[in-house]
Design a protein around this ligand. Structure first.
Ligand SMILES: *[C@@H]1O[C@H](CO)[C@@H](O)[C@H](O)[C@H]1NC(C)=O
Ligand SMILES: *[C@@H]1O[C@H](CO)[C@@H](O)[C@H](O)[C@H]1NC(C)=O
Ligand SMILES: *[C@@H]1O[C@H](CO)[C@@H](O)[C@H](O)[C@H]1NC(C)=O
Ligand SMILES: *[C@@H]1O[C@H](CO)[C@@H](O)[C@H](O)[C@H]1NC(C)=O
Ligand SMILES: *[C@@H]1O[C@H](CO)[C@@H](O)[C@H](O)[C@H]1NC(C)=O
Ligand SMILES: *[C@@H]1O[C@H](CO)[C@@H](O)[C@H](O)[C@H]1NC(C)=O
Length: 459
């Protein structure tokens, strides 16, 4: 039996996403699952797996301030309570002191394989060919190859530089009294609950990608969409961060699976999600090329992006989809620089959205003050979440934002992701809780929002 036929059989028995990555339930330690990678390259001399996949650590050996201090455990040494944090630093020593755990071996001529036990979660990866130091291997130097058998979700070739797969949780091997690292809410829902997700080109005068005057976004339409005549759906805009684009949330964060599950479990009504792109909007801006580390394009100012979206993106979406037309059923959220854009929308497009999710927001002073609030009292009547990881490098900035909101009496829901660095497992967690605790909940928010029961009086 050929290897390809073997994986076809395996796919009937267990979970698999492609011939190149097979996820097998082993019902054995250390995680209950193993993942097999297989890559064919006859000219390669050495192949590492990188481009998003990380070593592990536990909470007792993670500081959030020093990558060197992280546990950096090999997946074969996984223990319940371990998780990955992503915090690459160019100051690390070269190998062998900095050993990369994901090293493929050549089993037959040109056939590279690697097997690891992995715990629950999403993993993105690419093959690092003839490159000895994983943090430095990038697509612009020609050392990073996207898995040809597992192409990323993207609009135009080159718009993403990593493929991804998700491993299920096995409570027998992964449950830990220290921390909950079950990400099964991002696994595919049963077929009848699955919405659709696709990329869309829209007219955006001045844009330089994917074509002159055309820009793009991705859209999630819930399973019910189109089956109820005349029905308009609540609408969430969900932004990527620096160095990303609108396909990130699906390719790297499995946004559609999280939405399917939020809707299926009844946390939110069917909701449409648009994930826009904030680079390459203007003809005079330098061209942003995804994954190109040498092409250091600055993040466009949030105000410029907001004005552009208000002019071209928002009207286009409202004309082409069955989405609601008022603030009470519209939300804006985003991660990192997308959190900055969300804050910009909150302050300067206050009447457009009633709900805001600032995920790992890289915001900075000056923040709104009492005078801005009295000039714009709508700021006090919004459903807001501020969320960030415990090991997130924007932790101090997110805290500052909270202090600024506290100072002017603006209520918000707070989530500190307990295993969280500035990465996709954190943002998945934040979207999941944003759906449960914030989206479309009654305004104004109070200390009882998202829960029942009594509250002790404040003396
Ligand atoms: C094989 O590796 C070379 C580098 O040695 C790379 O240029 C090429 O794209 C790789 N081929 C495939 C099929 O991945
Ligand atoms: C990685 O890249 C940095 C920045 O370009 C460089 O200073 C460093 O020497 C590189 N490290 C290795 C091990 O190649
Ligand atoms: C958007 O436009 C680009 C450039 O013409 C094209 O390659 C791509 O397939 C288009 N995408 C969609 C979804 O139509
Ligand atoms: C990456 O950016 C550099 C600098 O702008 C450019 O010279 C190079 O051609 C780009 N590489 C790719 C693969 O786009
Ligand atoms: C907003 O739109 C929704 C859905 O279209 C509708 O149910 C609701 O009554 C509208 N609210 C206002 C204030 O117009
Ligand atoms: C909002 O608009 C004002 C006036 O144009 C501008 O000064 C400010 O930077 C914008 N953004 C925020 C977050 O205040």
């Amino acid at each position: 039996m050929t290897i390809r036929a073997a994986s076809a059989v395996l796919s009937l028995l267990c979970l698999t996403e492609s011939a190149s990555v097979v996820i097998r339930k082993t019902s054995q330690g250390p995680t209950g699952y193993e993942v097999d990678f297989r890559y064919v390259n006859v000219t390669a001399k050495r192949v590492l797996i990188g481009g998003g996949i990380q070593p592990f650590t536990d909470q007792f050996h993670t500081t959030g301030t020093s990558f060197r201090a992280n546990g950096r455990y090999d997946p074969h040494d996984y223990q319940p309570g371990d998780f990955y944090v992503s915090n690459p630093s160019p100051q690390l020593p070269a190998e062998p002191a900095y050993r990369w755990p994901y090293e493929m071996t050549q089993s037959e001529d040109g056939i590279w394989t690697y097997t690891a036990p992995l715990p629950s979660g999403i993993y993105s990866f690419a093959y690092l060919v003839n490159c000895n130091y994983a943090p430095n291997c990038s697509i612009d130097t020609g050392h990073l190859v996207i898995d040809p058998d597992l192409p990323p979700f993207m609009n135009v070739q080159g718009d993403q530089v990593a493929s991804s797969f998700q491993v299920p949780f096995d409570p027998e091997f992964q449950a830990s009294p220290e921390i909950n690292t079950n990400f099964d809410y991002a696994l595919a829902a049963p077929k009848e609950h699955r919405g659709t997700v696709k990329t869309v080109n829209y007219t955006s005068p001045g844009s330089i990608h994917p074509e002159p005057d055309v820009h793009d976004f991705s859209i999630y339409l819930p399973a019910e969409y189109g089956s109820v005549s005349g029905k308009k759906y609540p609408l969430l805009y969900l932004s990527h961060g620096a160095g990303g684009n609108g396909a990130d949330w699906e390719n790297l964060g499995r946004m559609s699976h999280i939405m399917d599950n939020l809707i299926r479990v009844g946390h939110i009504p069917p909701t449409v999600v648009v994930t826009p792109s904030f680079y390459n909007l203007e003809a005079d801006s330098p061209r942003f090329i995804y994954g190109n580390k040498s092409n250091n394009v600055p993040v466009p100012p949030a105000q410029v992006v907001r004005e552009n979206f208000e002019k071209f993106l928002f009207p286009w979406v409202e004309q082409h989809y069955e989405v609601c037309q008022n603030a009470s059923c519209r939300a804006f959220a985003g991660l990192s620089m997308g959190g900055v854009l969300t804050y910009e929308m909150f302050v300067n497009a206050t009447d457009k959205f009633d709900y805001y999710g600032m995920f790992s927001p890289a915001t900075n002073a000056p923040y709104i003050d009492a005078a801005s609030v009295s000039a714009n009292p709508g700021l006090l009547r919004k459903g807001i979440m501020v969320a960030y990881g415990l090991y997130d490098f924007v932790f101090p900035q997110a805290r500052e934002l909270q202090t600024a909101l506290d100072a002017v009496g603006i209520r918000y829901i707070n989530r500190v992701t307990p295993f969280g660095s500035h990465y996709w497992n954190t943002w998945q967690d934040e979207l999941w809780w944003f759906g449960q605790k914030v989206l479309w909940k009654p305004l104004p928010f109070g200390v009882q929002t998202g829960r029942q029961g009594r509250r002790l009086p404040v003396s």
